[in-house]
Design a protein around this ligand. Sequence first.
Ligand code: MN
Length: 197
Amino acid sequence: MAFELPDLPYEKNALEPHISANTLGFHHGKHHQGYVNKLNAAVEGTDLENKSLEEIIKMTSGDTAKQGIFNNAAQVWNHTFYWHSMRPNGGGAPNGPVADMIARDFGSYEDFKAAFKEKGTSQFGSGWAWLVKAGDKLHVTNTLNAHTPVEEAEATPLLTMDVWEHAYYLDYQNDRGGYIDHFLDNLVNWDFANKNL
Ligand code: MN
């Protein structure tokens, strides 16, 4: 069973003006599709062929001989998670149980925002910023290139933001901080974070 590119959970222009249809078209249709294609080519005929994405990520994490497979599998997983981490008319203060946990673990929503933005802006080069639950506590973190909390047994990812340049360069050029502000204020899907708790 080959992996397939999942549909976006909204129309390509649904996140405008914060993320353009042009960016989503390339990001989903070219980048995400490219990871799916490369993963399928790499696992075809191997013992990984019938494993789930999560199993492949865990089985190849840290194995330098299988780095190419890991990178594509993790990028397929991360991108699908990223599309669901956003919604039209999202962002702003959270609701539900995650709101209480953010207040408890970060002090306030504003403090969470500052911590998340710091993780996104300080990730040197390509990677991801995350809100995760580890134990019963929320943390913000960042990962390099394709790395993902899925590799860690302890961490449950709640939200992610892609900080590879291809996620924002067409709309924000080099202004990663501007992209992060729009992500937090207008795009975050708090219902998805609550569902992942
Ligand atoms: Mn990406």
